[in-house]
Design a protein around this ligand. Structure first.
Ligand code: ZN
Length: 279
């Protein structure tokens, strides 16, 4: 059946400046895309191009983006949505603002909707309710490996969380999921982390201790791990992994295990560099 939407998408894709050459560069940069099958690979490419058509990227002075940079950012943004069908999950924002570095000093920026932003304190990302997503470009560049760090997925998980109101760690779940199962998996893991850190603030936690900040950060950080260190997440909190697998309808752990079986280099434990904080 002829569909206006499909026709319009095909037209956007045909006119976009992004080519398979750019996509090959993205695949080179983002090892967390290793393990996608050919169909997922091309679907992600198309979704990334459509993302760039619908969202406005504002690069502040000091950030220079080429086509491959833009496509890289969009690919990271679309990876979590790869199996979430046609619902417009990113309807809550239109703009991404890229800072040249972590936001250390008070900074001002008037965004496309005329809102004045001022920053104080050190962050590499922020997602505002009904506002733009703010990302420090070095944090985006550091994202994309199998190391538990992914600024883009982190901030966009906040946007998914905000789809049904305030960020509270509960995004809109699918019909085949139960809120009780979600809540019990998330809450018990969250409490476990908090108990450990209450007893010893310096305790070694399986995940970035920032997850213990509040339930919204717990969802954002575990989403980061789900895509970029699924083995660590599944080992620490298997029930959380399985709820996220049901939510994102993906199984990055099986992708990683297949890669590990095929390439010995993937078996080296990776340590995340978490020198920056995420909002
Ligand atoms: Zn956050």
């Amino acid at each position: 059946m002829w569909s206006f939407r499909a026709w319009r998408q095909a037209r956007i894709l045909a006119r976009a400046p992004y080519t398979q050459h750019h996509w090959a560069q993205v695949r080179e940069r983002l090892t967390i895309l290793d393990g996608l099958n050919a169909d997922e690979d091309q679907r992600l490419f198309q979704c990334a191009v459509l993302f760039l058509h619908h969202k406005h990227l504002t690069a502040l002075p000091g950030v220079h983006l080429d086509d491959s940079d833009r496509l890289t950012l969009a690919a990271l943004a679309e990876l979590p949505l790869l199996h979430l069908a046609d619902l417009n999950w990113y309807q809550g924002f239109h703009e991404l603002v890229l800072y040249p570095d972590d936001f250390v000093s008070p900074q001002r920026h008037r965004d496309a909707s005329g809102v004045e932003h001022e920053w104080d304190g050190e962050h590499s990302g922020e997602a505002w309710l009904q506002g733009p997503v703010i990302l420090a470009w070095p944090g985006v560049q550091a994202s994309g490996g199998w190391d538990g760090y992914n600024l883009v997925i982190h901030e966009l998980a906040h946007k998914l969380d905000m789809l049904n109101g305030d960020a509270n760690g509960l995004p809109p779940l699918h019909r085949n999921m139960r809120i009780e199962d979600w809540a019990s998996a998330m809450q018990s893991a969250y409490e476990q982390m908090n108990n450990l850190l209450d007893a010893d603030p310096e305790a070694q936690t399986a995940l970035d201790p920032y997850a213990a900040e509040n339930p919204a950060e717990f969802f954002a950080v575990t989403s980061e791990y789900f895509f970029s260190a699924p083995d660590l997440l599944n080992e620490a909190f298997p029930a959380v992994y399985s709820q996220l697998a049901a939510f994102y309808r993906q199984d990055p752990l099986s992708r990683l295990r297949t890669l590990q079986a095929e390439h010995p280099a993937y078996q080296e434990p990776l340590n995340a560099e978490q020198s920056t904080t995420k909002g």
